[in-house]
Design a protein around this ligand. Structure first.
Ligand SMILES: [Zn+2]
Length: 679
């Protein structure tokens, strides 16, 4: 092993002039487990049917034959009719159990835009999937930086709730708009994963970061048939691509544990989002220049109190040795002045804005100096913008989701307003520089909705006091200090907010000053928690009961498959329109950056990957790692390239040949090598 010569194969040029449009589907997306449940022999191919690639992006290719009654006598795996090993320029690693056989090639890419058909035949079984490879759109003004805001679980109505509470309205017209409302370019995004109609935050954030679907709990992978969560076929993330090819900086900012699904998706590859200790190490591997959020428990060695690691690794020390400033509270965050920054402000998820801003000690415990999201965003921009090559920053309003789950829509609204103020910080940066694309979206929806307003002024209460249609007079939230947040969530006439997908719970339309779970577990079933009520001992409390709509094993509200909003601003924003699949958001960002991963050289020479050239010529290549010497056999000629000396020989004699090693790939100047071979 120790192979530094990276073989990237490609189709013969003649078959590469295919258009990069959409194509018809005849393959069938069928994850391995579905066949396993059916108990039938089946073929699973990862990446899946209709996968789309940015040309040159890295991925692992895997074919599984599952639920076999006997090993097949012959297996053929081709890409556009060419043997897959030849196409990818690498050999399969073959594995098997008594019922399955697997063929895996890691770390390959498709370098030419076009459509590709993968065909697998194994005795009586066969399956075909189609891929599309595209290059980034080169037209239009390019963005130097991309800032992606993800309001986790930020359903359309959550934005409306937040706008009403933040700005208020008069005679039906809002008194102001949110920052995100002011983005002209808008789209709706569909969110389903490859395995289910309702997504979780792992596979949806993964779609934004990689352009590929994944399964619930999956990050930067396609699921495979092994129990090991860390060996599944990987797909490269945007952060990895821009660090590998453009030297750009990366920032990850969230109010959750930094190892939680949405921030993890920027850098991680695992089938199981709960691999948080490993995800912390994946952050270390990619080394985003800015990491801000909660989740310090996974950065501390096992022997330190509060650690959630099972080893003695101290990631704070490891990052510090790489030159990172370390911040543990808002004061230290302000003081940080370096070019790399790791700030973790809570061992678990950071506290929510309402509790931070009201200094709610019962919730904060000893963590009374946590920064807010807009200060984290400003600091991240300050640090990342030091890189002339640009940056990608992901900012997550994590607790919008974490509060909608327990049906605490008011805390969710405060966190939405908090993220909106962070969007304002980014917008002012983008306006000053003119070179930054901002994308604001959610990863999935929740079943929250506004039924009207709630008013007890005529003696009614509970459900009877929900005012609908003409009776839904405007709510009376007040923002007397003009900070964008209502002074109090409990006012004379407030929003009547309801949920569609929820367990049994009590709803008295009162704010919970102490966050309270909607359910308690009774004999294995989640039933309504009386502590949600202002008077838990109310003898008539069942008039507040909301009968659940989901199974009794669900303790809180669940995600919904509803489309989510997307707003964009800046260079490349016009891409975001209409109804988009969540994987297309990735391409909007890649296009805005003009992200070219193949032949990134721009010195005017006609560079071609050596392996591509040799494939076209029908030759062979060997690499001697000890001597760093490539030997290729083409048309009975032996040509050597020494990566140490930069010298080339043909049949033992020195020749003038332009070649170079860049980003793991050896390139040759196609005209000089043709000259050399012709002589
Ligand atoms: Zn969630």
């Amino acid at each position: 092993m120790g192979k530094t010569f990276k073989v990237i194969s490609s189709l013969a040029l003649s078959s590469c002039l295919l258009t990069a449009g959409l194509f018809n589907v005849d393959g069938n997306v069928s994850p391995a487990y579905a066949a396993e449940q059916a108990g039938q022999a089946s073929i699973y191919i990862a990446p899946i049917d209709r996968a789309k690639f940015l040309a040159g992006s890295k991925f692992d290719f895997r074919v599984e034959l599952n639920q076999l009654s006997a090993m097949p006598g012959s297996v053929s795996i081709t890409v556009n009719g060419q043997d897959a090993e030849a196409f990818f320029g690498k050999k399969f690693v073959k594995t098997n159990t008594d019922k399955s056989q697997e063929f895996t090639i890691r770390d390959v890419s498709i370098d030419k835009a076009g459509t590709y058909e993968v065909a697998v035949k194994a005795d009586g079984l066969s399956k075909t999937v189609k891929y599309e490879a595209v290059t980034a759109d080169n037209s239009g003004k390019k963005a130097k930086n991309v800032i992606l805001f993800i309001g986790d679980g930020m359903a359309f109505p959550d934005i409306t709730i937040s706008r009403i509470m933040s700005k208020g309205m008069t005679e039906g017209k809002y008194n102001g708009l949110m920052e995100m409302d002011k983005f002209d370019q808008r789209a709706v995004v569909t969110t389903s994963g490859m395995d289910s109609v309702v997504t979780d935050s792992a596979n949806s954030a993964s779609a934004y970061n990689t352009g590929h679907k994944s399964a619930v709990n999956g990050l930067g992978i396609y699921p495979d048939n092994t129990p090991d969560s860390l060996d599944d076929p990987k797909v490269e993330t945007l952060a990895e691509m821009i660090k590998r090819t453009k030297g750009m900086s990366v920032g990850v900012v969230s109010t959750s544990e930094i190892e939680d699904a949405t921030p993890a998706a920027v850098v991680s590859h695992t089938r199981r989002r709960s691999d948080k200790a490993e995800i912390a190490e994946m952050l270390y591997k990619v080394q985003p220049e800015v990491i801000l959020g909660g989740g310090s428990a996974y950065f501390l060695p096992k022997s330190t109190a509060g650690s959630k690691r099972k080893d003695e690794k101290n990631l704070f020390d490891m990052f510090q040795q790489k030159g990172y400033d370390i911040a543990e509270n808002a004061t230290q965050l302000k003081q940080a002045s370096g070019s790399k920054l790791l700030g973790l402000f809570h061992p678990a998820d950071m506290s929510v804005y309402y509790d931070r801003s009201t200094n709610n000690k019962a919730e904060l415990k000893s963590f009374t100096d946590q920064p807010n999201l807009w200060d984290m965003t400003q600091k991240a921009i300050d640090v990342l913008s030091k890189n002339d090559k640009g940056f990608f920053l992901m900012v997550e309003g994590a607790s919008i989701d974490k509060q909608l789950h327990p049906l605490d829509w008011e805390r969710a609204a405060y966190d939405t307003i908090e993220m909106d103020k962070a969007i304002g910080v980014a917008k002012r940066f983008a306006e000053n520089n003119g070179d930054t694309l901002i994308v604001v979206t959610a990863d999935h929806s929740h079943s929250v909705s506004i039924a009207g307003t709630y008013w007890e002024g005529d003696g009614k209460s509970g459900r009877d006091a929900v005012r609908t249609y003409a009776e839904s007079e405007f709510p009376t939230y007040v923002d007397s200090n003009g900070d964008g947040f209502p002074d109090s969530p409990d006012v004379d006439r407030k929003l009547a907010v309801v949920f569609g997908a929820h367990p049994d719970y009590y709803e008295d339309y009162k704010f919970d000053s102490v966050p309270t779970s909607p359910t308690v577990n009774k004999d294995g079933k989640y039933v309504a928690n009386p502590a949600k009520l202002a008077d838990p001992n109310d003898p008539n409390r069942d008039r507040f009961l909301q009968t659940g709509s989901i199974p009794y094993n669900e303790s809180q509200g669940v995600h919904t498959a509803d489309d989510v909003p997307l707003m964009a601003y800046g260079p490349g924003a016009s891409y975001f329109k209409g109804t988009m699949d969540n994987t297309d958001v990735f391409y909007g960002m890649a296009n805005a950056l003009g992200l070219h991963l193949v032949d990134v050289q721009s010195d005017g020479k006609n560079w071609i990957p050596l392996a591509t050239f040799v494939n076209l010529m029908g030759g062979t290549v060997k690499y001697d790692a000890a001597r760093r010497e490539i030997t290729m056999l083409v048309n009975t000629n032996t040509v050597t390239l020494n990566l140490n000396s930069g010298k080339a020989t043909k049949n033992g004699k020195d020749v003038a040949l332009d070649f170079k090693f860049d980003n793991g790939t050896t390139y040759v100047n196609s005209s000089t090598i043709l000259d050399v071979l012709a002589k």
